[in-house]
Design a binder for this molecule. Structure first.
Ligand code: ADP
Length: 220
């Protein structure tokens, strides 16, 4: 299969999420067709997104006229209007767009979207809430769930691991976590090796199972 990363993407619904998504895709050089039924929103973004149209995404004819059937990827970024989200997403499925993403505002909403054939359901608010909870409550500086129950976390080295080469620290055996990269004060991130000794003021990237990384990040 050809590399689809640079194929155009249709973004439906230009609320906060859809707008941020569309603008970031444009910034990264991806061609975007953005659709919203509010003319004001479309007008205000017209200079920043090349293909942008005022249309009702629950109208199959409107989507056909905009050329949606030719798209390989589409994102339904309508959230709060559940009916519109479900109708628009099911039209994307009917149009046989291969790679469909949709935003859900609740678990039930997500389940319905999956059931009608949306391959990628995302929960931006829920996920961001979880992420911020980790940042607010602990020593973590950043938190990324890369898969269910597997995370990458930016944090500070616990005291007891400062000054010991990672290869001798038995971190993996004791905590099940791996230190992937280290950033010395004023320097850039570099890969960690068995010889790397962590220092005070370093920032580290740790990977592992969510519960194990959480336990590690709570060490003093
Ligand atoms: P956010 O929380 O990211 O701001 P919203 O769900 O509030 O997301 O925004 C959804 C966007 O989708 C709004 O800009 C709204 O005008 C648009 N929208 C809602 N229904 C339709 C529809 N049937 N056709 C096209 N756009 C729609």
């Amino acid at each position: 299969m050809a590399d689809m990363r640079n194929d155009p993407v249709a973004v439906i619904g230009l609320g906060r999420f859809g707008t941020a998504l569309a603008l970031e895709l444009v910034r990264r050089g991806t061609e975007v067709l953005a659709i919203d039924h509010r003319p004001k929103v479309v007008q205000s973004l017209a200079g920043q997104i090349t293909h942008i149209a005022t249309a009702d995404a629950t109208d199959p004819e409107a989507l056909r006229q905009l050329g949606l059937p030719d798209f390989y990827r589409a994102v339904c970024a309508i959230g709060s209007d559940l009916e519109a989200s479900i109708l628009a997403s099911s039209l994307l499925v009917e149009l046989e767009i291969e790679d469909i993403w949709a935003k859900a505002v609740s678990r039930q909403h997500g389940r319905i979207l999956s059931r009608i054939g949306v391959q990628h359901v995302v929960f931006p608010e829920h996920d961001m809430g979880e992420r911020v909870a980790h940042l607010v409550s602990g020593r973590m500086l950043d938190y990324l769930e890369v898969d269910e129950n597997f995370v990458l976390v930016k944090t500070l080295p616990p005291k007891e691991y400062v000054g010991t080469p990672l290869g001798e620290s038995s971190l993996r055996r004791k905590y099940g976590v791996t230190v992937v990269a280290v950033k010395r004060p004023g320097e850039e991130f570099t890969y960690a090796t068995a010889e790397t000794e962590l220092g005070y003021g370093d920032v580290i990237i740790v990977s592992g199972r969510t519960d194990q990384v959480e336990r590690f990040a709570e060490l003093p």
